[in-house]
Design a protein around this ligand. Structure first.
Ligand SMILES: C[S@@+](CC[C@H](N)C(=O)[O-])C[C@H]1O[C@@H](n2cnc3c(N)ncnc32)[C@H](O)[C@@H]1O
Length: 127
């Protein structure tokens, strides 16, 4: 069974997502959770795909906390990893610094690639 869990702080965004999945007749395959994705994410085991699009300053914390919950061949996908180019050109920016640490962590611990699509998408699988 394919199961997708959406976790967001914002109830409004979760309700919006529900509307879209309802239109696609997919509501029974999805769980919707309101709250902190890093805390709630730890309730799930054997995650096949972990998609990160949360607060940029928490990307490193997110992967270091949740990687134990990935399945053996689990894939990590993270959005905005180039952060408008600031990761390369504005290294002192607070969010850019964390994203740079996240990207380095992923490079060291995962087979990973950054796709230069829009804001940068990282795809990784554990080494
Ligand atoms: C850039 S939006 C992306 C939303 C969605 N992935 C999309 O592309 O439409 C970021 C969302 O992450 C949520 N968010 C940020 N940090 C979070 C956290 N630690 N736990 C849960 N949600 C979080 C915000 O409420 C916001 O809705």
């Amino acid at each position: 069974m394919v199961r997708l869990c959406l976790i967001d702080y914002s109830e409004r965004n979760i309700n919006l997502a529900k509307e879209f999945f309802k239109e696609g007749n997919l509501l029974d395959k999805i769980c919707f959770r309101v709250g902190d994705a890093i805390s709630i994410g730890q309730e799930y085991r054997n995650i096949d795909i972990l998609f990160l699009d949360l607060e940029k300053v928490r990307y490193l914390e997110a992967i270091q906390t949740l990687e134990k919950n990935l399945s053996e061949d689990g894939i990590v996908i993270a959005d905005n990893v180039l952060y408008q180019g600031k990761v390369v050109f504005e290294k002192e920016d607070r969010k850019a610094k964390v994203l740079d640490s996240f990207n380095r962590y992923m490079s060291e611990n995962y087979f990973s690639v950054i796709l230069p699509v829009r804001d940068g998408i990282l795809v990784g699988i554990k080494k």
